[in-house]
Design a protein around this ligand. Structure first.
Ligand code: SF4
Ligand code: SF4
Length: 357
């Protein structure tokens, strides 16, 4: 008797086709062109002649159920019942009738959801999980991002930057936030403090020793108990030992600071991807509004907007004017610890036990 083949258990991304707006599903992969009638609205025209308008709005990303219900009610009343989220946590409503666009924008904005984030705007900040989800953050993410976007509200609604601007925040130095034109990243400035009473019960010591990129952690016996010790001269305060061993606490209300990095780009559109570089450090981790960080971010954005040529991404602009002019123009002090493309970086990077070249 033939037995039925066991079906594989799929645990990856689910098929999105059943959830697409019907016009998008019908014309999938068959689009002729698209344009933007105004900031925050994308207009796609298919080879079949079908058209669809996507209205993009900003959200605070991590939302309570009442806000999600409000957005769903707007989708049912003013759009056609379908929404999607972009990778930068904006929400898009699709409509196949141009007469529905203006009432939809009015409904979103009157409920506090700004319409924008397309083209050469400052799009919503991509942020990591922060205190709400992750177990190792040194600061909040969603709260401070909301506060920072409050300051950049108008730049989200307009398309007045030289090119698109992507911002990100990361609440630890491991930085799951990725590359961005301007990134705000936690910066620990002191080695971890070890609670020796807990290490033997909580940590797998060989795993923690292997985690350290500069081989600064050694097994040790402390008060007769197996524990760990850190060679503080070698430690680069990266925080990598804290996730596998919470008794190695590195977060500190005073010594965990924030740094600003610029010039990162993930895509290879119009130019190759680039890594961002640190341009300001030691800024206070002053949640929930981060006023000192907001001031530097706004200053960099302002100078970039005034000085860059049309279509220059932030990295292209710096490449053209050079790093010395960048620091002069944005009025940030330069030290040898910043940007790290100086001649000594080979020795610096070779401090890692994992990468040698
Ligand atoms: S940046 Fe670090 S602390 Fe923040 S969510 Fe990512 S891994 Fe967690
Ligand atoms: S993993 Fe990082 S923070 Fe921990 S001891 Fe090594 S260099 Fe220091």
């Amino acid at each position: 008797m033939a037995t039925a083949l066991r079906q594989p258990i799929e645990s990856g991304v689910p098929d999105n086709k059943p959830y697409l707006h019907p016009t998008l599903a019908k014309n999938y992969g068959n689009w002729k062109y698209h344009d933007r009638p105004r900031p925050g609205v994308l207009h796609h025209v298919a080879h079949s002649g079908d058209q669809v308008w996507s209205v993009r709005a900003g959200t605070q990303r991590q939302m309570d159920v009442y806000t999600i219900r409000k957005l769903c009610d707007i989708a049912d009343t003013f759009a056609e019942g379908h929404v999607r989220f972009t990778i930068r946590s904006n929400i898009e409503f699709m409509v196949s009738d141009p007469n529905k666009v203006a009432p939809l924008i009015e409904a979103l904005e009157s409920n506090g959801f700004p319409v924008g984030g397309t083209g050469n705007s400052v799009s919503m900040i991509a942020h990591t999980q922060g205190w709400l989800h992750c177990d190792i953050p040194g600061t909040d993410a969603s709260g401070v991002v909301k506060a920072l976007m409050d300051e950049l509200y108008d730049e989200f609604r307009r398309e007045e930057m030289p090119n698109r601007v992507h911002l990100s925040t990361s609440c630890c130095e491991i930085n799951c936030g990725g590359q961005a034109d301007i990134a705000i990243i936690v910066q620990h400035t002191k080695p971890p403090k070890i609670n020796h009473d807990l290490v033997a019960n909580v940590c797998e010591r060989p795993a923690v020793v292997a985690r350290c990129p500069v081989a600064a952690i050694r097994p040790a016996l402390v008060n007769g108990k197996p524990s760990l010790e850190v060679d503080e001269k070698k430690c680069i305060c990266c925080g990598a030992c804290y996730p596998p061993c919470p008794p190695m606490q590195i977060n500190d209300p005073e010594h965990s600071k924030l740094a600003i990095w610029v010039g990162g780009k993930n895509s290879n559109a119009r130019g190759k991807p680039t890594f961002m570089k640190m341009v300001a450090s030691g800024l206070p981790n002053n949640a929930p509004r981060w006023p000192e960080v907001a001031e530097v971010v706004k200053r960099i954005l302002h100078v970039y907007k005034e000085d860059a040529r049309s279509w220059e991404r932030l990295a292209d602009w710096i490449e053209r004017i050079g790093w010395p002019r960048f620091f002069e123009k944005v009025d940030l002090p330069f030290t040898k610890y910043l940007i790290d493309d100086w001649r000594g970086s080979r020795a610096n990077l070779n401090a890692s036990t994992h990468i040698r070249f």
